[in-house]
Write a protein that binds this ligand. Structure first.
Ligand code: AMP
Ligand code: GLY
Length: 426
């Protein structure tokens, strides 16, 4: 079959890398892709939200399946666009409908979904311009710290953890009165702070059945020891040591099953990945967030550990046959380390030549491109997160050491990476 993959980051390179290993895939197109995905298929220079251009390309290339990498096209309704167009209806879309993508696209929708379905999550209230004064009163007596979440997509920046009431009220005012995170962020979820260690579950569902992919934990802060600013993700590990059988059983019974049951009961049209961000509070799992797609850089450890043919899995999902599938996982530990541009997550330069990529021969490691560009014969930096190197090892430390050794061979001006990914488990 012919597959069309939307996106251009490390996640999409990891998906393209896995898809290209499948005998079920005849031709793979990636839009817009990057120099890494160009090694796995054909890049097409169109934007992930240009639905008309995507349609034209799918028809011209006899596409059978659309796999949506990032959230933006889903939240903007790419699945609905395909389902409502006669010339596209035969194409299987892996990704939820616009309504179902609200699980990621609206924090308020996700919280009320969890409440309706008795899924453990932090207690919360929802405020907007109309009950603004109630919100201020609520904040004044709220236990510290206080978590404020802008309702809509905010490129990973819409969550603010406030250590005192003055800060919380100031941020609340900025979000609702000044639209700090845009119009959708004028609605704010205020929730209790949960203390614990986080991890991510990846569910693939056909709307009826579900399978669990290998779990992962990402490292969001720029600095070692989890210090400094939040980023898109600086590295990830899989498996997660504390996700033992007892903990996973609780997560499945209390979270995964009720989530799928909720999706069915509420008639959400969902065929695709659900990324569940969990927090472990005294050995009990709580949901921090839902995402309607795979994680980045988590996909860069999940796909290498997944032994199944990914296309067979996606096909089964599109045919509502996931109950016939058994997930097989590589027992080894995988660690991915992200090399970022100097200055990231603040301002950074682009277009810097990347040296050393041609020197790599390490069998155990895979170099995924995140933000790179091809300029004539040279691969240059093109984003904050530039490359993601995944290695297998006997332990987390061993795998992290291998990824770091690979990154020592690669260089570009200002390159930075965390040397402590997985450090709590060394
Ligand atoms: P989100 O965008 O919802 O994933 O939130 C971003 C990050 O904020 C999460 O990965 C957590 O580290 C943190 N966070 C969000 N909600 C809470 C909460 N209720 N308690 C503690 N930390 C939280
Ligand atoms: N690594 C977190 C995310 O993909 O949202």
């Amino acid at each position: 079959m012919n597959i069309f993959l939307l996106g251009s980051g490390g996640r999409e390179h990891a998906l393209a890398w896995k898809i290209s290993q499948s005998t079920l895939c005849s031709r793979l197109f990636i839009a817009p892709g990057n120099p890494g995905t160009a090694l796995c298929g054909i890049n097409i220079d169109i934007s992930v939200t240009d639905f008309e251009a995507i349609k034209k390309c799918c028809i011209e290339n006899a596409i059978d399946m659309l796999l949506v990498g990032p959230e933006e096209p889903l939240v903007k309704g790419v699945q609905d666009f395909f389902k409502s167009d006669k010339s596209l209806q035969h194409i299987a879309v892996i990704g939820p409908s616009q309504q179902a993508a609200l699980l990621e696209g609206s924090k308020a929708f996700a919280k009320s979904f969890m409440q309706r379905n008795n899924i453990p999550t932090a207690a919360y209230r929802e405020f907007n311009g109309e009950n603004y004064e109630d919100g201020i009163a609520y904040l004044q007596t709220h236990a510290l710290p206080i978590v404020l979440k802008a309702d809509g997509l905010a490129a990973g920046k819409g969550v603010i953890i406030c250590q005192n009431h003055v800060e919380a009220i100031a941020e609340f005012e900025l979000m609702i009165q000044q639209a700090k995170f845009g119009e959708a962020g004028r609605k704010v979820v205020v929730e209790d702070f949960l203390s614990g260690i986080e991890m991510s579950l990846f569910v693939l569902t056909d709307g009826e059945h579900w399978v669990l992919l290998p779990e992962a934990k990402d490292y969001k802060r720029i600095g070692e020891g989890d210090k400094g600013l939040n980023t898109g993700g600086m590295g990830a590990i899989s498996p997660v040591p504390f996700a033992n059988e007892t903990f996973m059983q609780k997560a499945i019974e209390r979270i995964v099953i009720p989530t799928i049951e909720g999706i069915k009961r509420e008639k959400l049209d969902y065929c695709g990945f659900i990324f569940i961000g969990l927090i472990n509070v005294n050995d009990d799992p709580y949901v921090i967030e839902y995402n309607c797609r795979m994680g980045d850089p988590e996909t860069e450890v999940v796909m290498p550990r997944l032994k199944n043919d990914i296309v067979a899995l996606l096909l089964a999902a599109s045919q509502k046959k996931l109950d016939e599938v058994k997930i097989e996982t590589d027992d080894r530990t995988a660690v991915t380390v992200v090399a970022v541009s100097g200055g990231y997550p603040g301002e950074y330069q682009k277009g810097l030549p990347i040296d050393g990529l041609d020197l790599l021969q390490e069998e155990d490691a895979i170099v995924f491109h995140s933000g790179t560009k091809q300029e004539n014969e040279t691969i240059v930096t093109g984003g904050g997160r530039v490359l993601t190197v995944t290695s297998f090892g006997h332990s987390i430390k061993d795998a992290a050491e291998k990824s770091k050794a690979i990154l020592e061979v690669i260089s570009f001006d200002g390159m930075y990476f965390r040397k402590d990914i997985g450090y709590e488990f060394y």
